[in-house]
Design a protein around this ligand. Structure first.
Ligand SMILES: O=C(CO)[C@@H](O)[C@H](O)COP(=O)(O)O
Length: 251
């Protein structure tokens, strides 16, 4: 069965002075999840926020009552040391911890319990995230081949398999960039092999690009400027959802 459409506005385009209000508003306008962009100024050349702000936003958005449910905080960790922050973000109210494949092999200092092994294996990190009670996602930058994922998705231990794959359709770091259609073959290949996998796309998504992404097989749609910059965000959210549902044959 094709996975359901999930619309996750990126709060990078929200009004930072009214973050709590903007986050609860976008959920009431029809969004399923909130895409929370965490940037450390090192893995990407931009800085956003850490656990205290995520915890504050959580106070404005009800926790989902089931896995993948409405109000899920989909934390996109654009950080060099993803393992180090797992517990902190769980405490702050994160539901889905999506780290970058490229960072999982970082040799930077890790959390105390991981100090002995210099490199974090993505499969171990996924298991660690699951053990902390969150869903786990793995993200790929445009330069990374989708082929690195097969071994991870085929892991014998289900706890080592991701709940979602994020294919970046821009270079991570900033909102408002041009959609890279060149990334869609990765989505097509993933969808062909894994009909039920949650496949997220992020960057440059909006009314003019959604059909291509939905046709390729993406079902989790991140959109920042297209949603928060719209005159009627609920209309854009509905349009994004409709494109995915059409592809799923539900319309
Ligand atoms: O992760 C990122 C950028 O690194 C994204 O989540 C962007 O924030 C999406 O913004 P738009 O391209 O939709 O404006």
């Amino acid at each position: 069965m094709a996975p359901k459409a999930i619309i996750a506005p990126s709060i990078l385009s929200a009004d930072f002075a009214n973050l709590g209000h903007d986050c609860s508003k976008t959920i009431s306008q029809g969004a399923d999840w909130l895409h929370v962009d965490i940037m450390d100024g090192h893995f990407v050349p931009n800085l956003t926020w850490g656990p205290p702000i995520v915890a504050k936003i959580r106070g404005h958005v009800e926790k989902p009552t089931e896995a993948y449910g409405k109000g899920t905080f989909d934390c996109h960790m654009m950080i060099a040391e993803p393992k180090k922050w797992v517990k902190e973000f769980k405490k702050a109210g994160c539901d889905l911890y999506c780290f970058h494949y490229e960072a999982a092999f970082s040799t930077a200092a890790e959390s105390p319990e991981a100090k002995s092994d210099k490199k974090t294996n993505p499969k171990e990190l996924i298991k660690y995230i699951h053990d902390q009670g969150m869903l786990a996602g793995i993200a790929l930058k445009p330069a990374t081949s989708v082929d690195v994922l097969w071994e991870i998705l085929e892991s014998e231990d289900p706890k080592e398999r991701p709940d979602m794959v994020l294919i970046m359709t821009v270079e991570p770091g900033f909102g408002g960039q041009k959609f890279m259609a060149s990334e869609l073959p990765k989505v097509q290949e993933l969808r062909k092999r894994y009909p039920e996998l949650n496949i997220e796309v992020d960057g440059g998504l909006g009314p003019s690009t959604i059909d291509q992404a939905a046709d390729a097989g993406a079902n989790v749609i991140v959109a920042g400027s297209a949603v928060f910059g719209a005159q009627d965000p609920s209309e854009v959210i509905a349009l994004l959802r409709e494109a995915v549902e059409k592809r799923n044959g539900k319309l």
